[in-house]
Structure formats: structure tokens, C-alpha cells
Design a protein around this ligand. Structure first.
Ligand SMILES: [Zn+2]
Ligand SMILES: [Zn+2]
Length: 551
């Protein structure tokens, strides 16, 4: 249960045959059991009568760093897509195309923007103090919460601090690397996980997840970009790839937000990020497995690592094995985004890992359910936002099911049925391609059928059920929280008349009260749900009923 460099040290120290034998056994046990070697930060004690022999510390040469620099070559380069001027207009149409081309299999894609895209850097909140997180690199494998430094620096002061840090930083690992990024990469992971370097307690600051509505955006904007505005692709103020506009773009599910003024910060309006050398974002998937899109305005590159969406479960298994003790204390730790892991641990477990360096002017799109992580190579300014397309909807359902399966350590920040229903109600006023309307109609059908099934199960499972309407159709989507899974039931929920416990209908029973009446609250009646279905039927392909082999 120890890393190879420590083992090497022990081997060097071992001078007596008996000791040598012990260490040899440890090494062979390590080789046999990869799972054990993953838990590389656990301490080992060798039991045996000779283990107390060395009381005097012996001066030994420092062991080498734990990772072979060559291993990093096993991380593959992320594909880059260079959209034409024509393609670089409608983000959702482009993303659908990328999905169909199979780019989602890499987890992320990097977009090199056309030469015509040249948004003027427009950050104008120079006087605003940023909120930064202090990141102690060696603690990134301990899952500790970041200390917040509220109102620390203005952007200019942050840049000066970041530049100073970089100027004075002396690398510890002195291998020959092909370029600066590879050298930084090696150094970064050594600072994070190498027992030798962790003595140094290097710490950096990251001004991350700052809502642009409060801290300002760096995109040019006239703050009028509503979906009713005239689109002008030659003007970056109104361009849909301006992240302030992207969620009002054609085929975006969040188009409904603007009209309802139901902004969700970081999800529907961007967040801004000020990074510095080694400023880190730990491994995470997006809330509700949404897409995210990240743009770098200026500064030093940012290294991204990502894995394919279908490797999420494998990732979860490996990281739990590695930090076994931590997970037994904090089972929901992955949702805090404070824990990292060297991508080589994934490579060694045959999970494909991709990396790229994002430079100014480039976008990174993360696909639903894809784990990603990374760090910066110096001062930089980025902006990011979540986006939702119709092909994401099934992932939202999957995310909620996963949150429940994992043990309810997280709930989605909104019920996706709310987003769906708003789109259903407003579909004729939204800018949707025919494809999107077809998807909308199909997804709605699935949700309607499932909802009616749940209602029927409730009616059949309890002796006394009273159906009630929501007090108001406009009851906010997050007004009711399920007391079993913490999610927001949207279409309906059940409640016990005796104890008042409220839960989603899929839990079937609200509580264990005997003979109490169950109240079934419905936001829409069955008839209303069916009527929406009628309105959408026009988009569904006309099929002759029940013919096999047809979609
Ligand atoms: Zn629930
Ligand atoms: Zn009850």
C-alpha cells in the first residue's frame, strides 16, 4: 500500500537480508495488486522484529519523482474542429453536427474560431474586487474545501500577483521536456501528488465561477440581446457564440428563460474566471450532465483533461478506490469539485484520457456526462456557461437517477421537466429548427406517458388518494423539495395528509403512516397533458401503428 518511489527508498535502505526480503514482498504485492497501488497516499508500516532496528535517521539520496515523465505521452490529444464561417453561426446546429460526427466520444471538443471572429476584449469592471479561492496544490488530493478570499484583488491586481508568482517560480522537476506546457504539466502533478514536493505547500489563487452579472463580462455586449433582436453574425455583440447570447440562440432550451426573466447564474448567464499558473479546476461533470462551453479571452493557455462520457462509471470506481478513506467519510465529495487525481491513474486503468491546451480565442465544449479537469499556465481570463439542447434531455433524466442511486448527495439545480414544459408551451414562439421540434415532441411523449403511469401507480397503491391541483400553475419550479431525494418534483408530487411529508410520485409512498389519505398534487391535469401532446403531434413522423422495425 505505497508508491514505488517510497518502495525504492526502502530498498536502498535495506541492508540486511531479512529487511530486503520484506521490501521485496511489498514490491511484489504491489505489482500483483494494482488496486492497492492506486491508493498511493496511504502510509505503510512494515511489521516484523527488525523493523525497529534503524533508530538513527540515515542520510539518503532523495528518491526520484514518482511519475515517469514518458507516461504523460499516453494522454492523447483532443480533436480540434475548425468550423467554417458558415458553420460558426449557430452554436446548437454546430454542436448537433459535432455530435453526429462522433466528437462526443472524446468528452470534449476544441473549436478553433474563424479569422472573422474577433470580439473586442470588453472587460470594464476594473474597480471591482474579485473573489478568489486559495488552492493549496498538495491539498487537491485531500478533497479539502478551498478557503475563500473575498474581495481580494481587482483584475489588474490579480494579474500583477499572478505574474509575480510566475516570474519567481522555480521548477523542481528538471527533466528535458519538448515544450513549456509539458514541463508545467509534470511540475503541476508533482506539486499535487508527489510526497517530495508536497512539503513545499505551494498555493495559488483562482478567481472562479464569478457571475458576470455582478463581476462583468469580457465580451462586447449591449445588454439587449433578446431572442427578438435582429441577429447580426458579423457583430460580436449580437453573435450567438458570444456567451451572453448563446442561450438565446436557435435550438437552445434556455430561450424560454429570457422571456420569463428566470435567470440561473452560471447556467444561463456566464461566469468569468481569472486564472494563474497552476490554478486548478478539479474533476467534475456538469450539473444535470449539461453541456458547458468555455471561451478564453486572453492570457496563458489552460490545459484540459477529459474522458469519454461512457467512462463516467469507471472513473467513479477508480477515484473511490484511490481515495477510499476520504469517500467513506465524505461520500458526496465529487460534487464539491475540490478533489483531483492524476490523469495517469486513469490511463493506467485503460480509460482513454484526452488533453488539450486551450489558447485565447478558442472554445472548449464539454459533452453531457463527460468528466473534465485542468489547470492554467499563467494569468488568463475565461468565461463559461452551461447550455442545454434537446439531445441533452435524456441525460438530465439520467443525472437525476444517478443522484438518487448515489445516495442523494446532490440534486439538480432545476427540474428538467420545467424546462421541457416551458418549451412545450412556447414552442411556436421559439427559434427552433424542425429537427428540434421533432425531438421536443418525442421527449414530451415519453415524459407524458411516464407521468400518467406514475399517477396511475399512485392511485392503485393507496386505499385513499385525493387529487389536488397545484395552488397555482405558476408555482415556481423550485418551490417544492422532495423530502426523500431532495429533487424538485415538477409535474406532480404526493403528500401525506397526516404527516405532511412531500415526495416525488416515483417514490410511490410519502411515508409510513397507516391508513392516511395520500394527496396527489398535479400541476397539469391528465387532460391538459394530453392536449399538449395533440399540439405537438404535427412534428411526429406519421407512423402506421405498431409496425415492427420502424422508428
Ligand atoms: Zn424524490
Ligand atoms: Zn405520513
Amino acid at each position: 500500500m505505497r508508491r514505488s518511489s517510497v518502495v525504492k527508498k526502502v530498498i536502498r535502505k535495506a541492508s540486511k537480508p531479512r529487511e530486503r526480503e520484506i521490501t521485496k514482498n511489498v514490491v511484489s504485492r504491489l505489482d500483483k495488486n494494482r488496486k492497492t497501488s492506486l491508493r498511493s497516499h496511504a502510509k505503510i508500516t512494515i511489521k516484523g522484529k527488525n523493523s525497529t532496528i534503524k533508530k538513527e535517521p540515515v542520510k539518503e539520496p532523495e528518491p526520484t519523482f514518482m511519475r515517469d515523465p514518458k507516461m504523460y505521452q499516453k494522454i492523447m490529444e483532443l480533436p480540434v474542429y475548425e468550423p467554417s464561417n458558415e458553420e460558426f453561426r449557430e452554436p446548437f446546429v454546430l454542436i448537433k453536427k459535432l455530435y453526429d460526427l462522433g466528437y462526443h466520444k472524446y468528452g470534449c471538443v476544441k473549436l478553433k474560431t474563424p479569422k472573422t471572429w474577433n470580439p473586442q476584449f470588453s472587460y470594464n469592471r476594473g474597480e471591482k474586487k474579485l473573489n478568489t479561492r486559495k488552492q493549496i496544490l498538495r491539498d487537491l488530493i485531500k478533497g479539502k474545501a478551498f478557503e475563500q478570499n473575498i474581495e481580494s484583488y481587482t483584475a489588474q491586481e490579480f494579474k500583477e500577483m499572478a505574474d509575480d508568482f510566475q516570474k519567481n517560480y522555480k521548477r523542481n522537476a528538471s527533466f528535458k521536456f519538448s515544450n513549456n506546457s509539458r514541463a508545467n504539466e509534470y511540475e503541476y502533478w508533482a506539486l499535487v501528488e508527489d510526497p517530495q514536493l508536497s512539503k513545499k505547500k505551494v498555493s495559488v489563487e483562482y478567481a472562479a465561477d464569478l457571475p458576470t452579472r455582478r463581476y462583468g463580462t469580457a465580451f462586447p455586449t449591449n445588454y439587449k440581446s433578446k431572442m427578438t433582436d435582429e441577429l447580426d453574425y458579423s457583430n460580436e455583440k449580437t453573435h450567438p457564440f458570444n456567451l451572453n447570447n448563446i442561450n438565446h440562440a436557435k435550438d437552445s432550451l434556455f430561450q424560454i428563460i429570457q422571456t420569463k426573466s428566470e435567470n440561473i447564474s452560471g447556467i444561463t448567464s456566464p461566469w468569468i474566471y481569472f486564472g494563474m499558473l497552476f490554478a486548478s479546476f478539479c474533476w467534475h461533470v456538469e450539473d444535470l450532465y449539461m453541456y458547458s462551453i468555455n471561451y478564453m479571452h486572453q492570457g496563458a493557455p489552460k490545459t484540459w483533461y477529459c474522458i469519454p462520457p461512457d467512462q463516467k462509471e469507471a472513473f467513479d470506481y477508480i477515484i473511490r478506490e484511490k481515495y477510499n478513506d476520504l469517500f467513506s467519510r465524505k461520500p458526496g465529495i465529487m460534487h464539491n469539485i475540490v478533489l483531483t487525481m492524476n490523469p495517469l491513474d486513469l490511463v493506467e486503468n485503460n480509460i482513454p484520457v484526452y488533453r488539450t491546451e486551450q489558447c485565447p480565442g478558442e472554445f472548449i465544449i464539454t459533452f453531457p456526462k463527460s468528466y473534465h479537469a485542468g489547470f492554467s499556465h499563467g494569468f488568463n481570463i475565461s468565461e463559461a456557461v452551461n447550455i442545454a439542447s434537446f439531445d441533452w434531455m435524456p441525460f438530465a433524466q439520467m443525472a437525476v437517477e444517478d443522484y438518487i442511486k448515489e445516495g442523494n448527495y446532490k440534486n439538480g439545480s432545476f427540474p428538467y421537466e420545467w424546462l421541457l414544459m416551458e418549451n412545450v408551451k412556447m414552442h411556436s414562439d421559439l427559434d427552433l429548427t424542425h429537427d428540434a421540434k421533432v425531438q421536443l415532441a418525442k421527449i414530451y411523449e415519453d415524459v407524458r406517458i411516464r407521468e400518467l403511469e406514475h399517477r396511475e401507480i399512485i392511485l392503485n397503491s393507496h386505499a385513499k388518494v385525493t387529487i389536488r391541483a397545484f395552488n397555482d400553475h405558476l408555482t415556481r419550479h423550485d418551490a417544492i423539495t422532495c423530502m426523500a431525494c431532495k429533487n424538485y418534483p415538477y409535474l406532480s408530487y404526493i403528500s401525506c395528509i397526516a404527516c405532511n411529508r412531500k415526495v416525488c410520485t416515483h417514490h410511490v409512498a410519502p411515508c409510513k403512516c397507516v391508513n392516511a389519505t395520500v394527496l396527489l398534487y398535479q400541476r397539469f391535469t391528465d387532460e391538459e397533458l394530453n392536449k399538449f401532446s395533440q399540439n405537438l403531434k404535427q412534428y411526429l413522423p406519421k407512423t402506421t401503428p405498431k409496425k415492427r422495425g420502424q422508428k
